[in-house]
Write a protein that binds this ligand. Structure first.
Ligand code: SF4
Ligand code: SF4
Ligand code: SF4
Length: 174
């Protein structure tokens, strides 16, 4: 599939998730679980099958051998391969959202310190990042939360390691 067609279909696919919030999620604390994971604590056996199924190689494991997402390795394309590889009733792909994540940009951001950089905006498949020029040669990185899917592509692209992605506080339970 051509890259732009892939992006369009992904955007269409995810669009229906953005307007509504999830009622329960496995996204807790600072750990990001695979998209659509809902019942890890109770039902994950730690078999490890989801990690090799991920074509992006972004699934690692915590101390209980439960899967965690590592955006330093790449982005989630929401392909669903992890959920299909899981033999247990861990994932709920009928849920109203794959996950609810927050993105923050630290003060170490090059653009915000007057150094030319557009890396995060350039890689964002949803064009959710705007880098707005400010007085004095600095810029401000603005993330459009309605457009952002939490795919994580911007995190590894940032040369200043300024981007953090964490579970949204109001959903960080369960
Ligand atoms: S949805 Fe696909 S890309 Fe995302 S974590 Fe699962 S297998 Fe990896
Ligand atoms: S495939 Fe399912 S049961 Fe196995 S480690 Fe991954 S989430 Fe847990
Ligand atoms: S996580 Fe980053 S790259 Fe992905 S949609 Fe959101 S702003 Fe764009």
């Amino acid at each position: 599939m051509p890259a732009n067609a892939k992006q369009t279909s992904r955007r269409d696919f995810l669009a229906r998730f953005r307007a509504v919030s999830t009622t329960h999620s496995d996204q807790t604390g600072d750990v990001i679980r695979p998209p659509w994971a809902r019942h890890l604590d109770a039902r994950c056996t730690g078999c490890g099958d989801c990690a090799p199924a991920c074509p992006e190689g972004i699934i690692a494991f915590d101390g209980r051998n439960h899967p965690v997402i590592d955006f330093t390795k790449g982005e989630c394309t929401f392909c669903g391969a992890c959920s299909r590889a899981c033999a247990e009733d861990v994932f709920d792909t009928t849920a109203d959202t794959p996950w609810n994540l927050d993105i923050t940009v630290a003060k170490t951001c090059f653009a915000e310190n007057g150094i030319y950089c557009r890396s995060c905006g350039d890689v964002c498949p949803e064009s959710a990042i705007r880098i707005a020029p400010q007085l004095g040669g600095r810029a401000r990185v603005i993330v459009n939360e309605d457009a952002c899917t939490g795919c994580g592509a911007c995190l590894s692209a940032c040369p200043a390691d300024a981007i953090s992605i964490t579970p949204q506080k109001e959903h960080a339970h369960g």
